[in-house]
Design a protein around this ligand. Structure first.
Ligand code: ZN
Length: 80
């Protein structure tokens, strides 16, 4: 298993206060923050909702469509 570590831009280490030193990686079902400067680590448990982002995107797309439809109705109403 490859652990992908990624830097979090602009993140400040709560321990040493250094910026751009925080990496994040997944370990088991946890998301772990680690400061490469002082060695601070902080594990955050994942919410068991892997499919949610896709669902949210789908809902957003649908909401956008209905918003457009509402706009058309409004314009027609103003004209008459
Ligand atoms: Zn640190």
């Amino acid at each position: 298993m490859t652990v992908k570590k990624r830097f979090i831009a602009g993140a400040v280490c709560p321990k040493c206060g250094e910026m751009d030193r925080i990496v994040m990686f997944d370990q088991d079902d946890q998301s772990v923050r680690e400061c490469v400067s002082c060695g601070f680590t902080d594990a955050m448990r994942y919410e068991v909702a892997v499919n949610q982002p896709a669902t949210r995107l789908d809902q957003t797309a649908k909401a956008g469509q209905s918003e457009q439809a509402t706009e058309v109705v409004k314009l027609v109403g103003l004209d008459s």
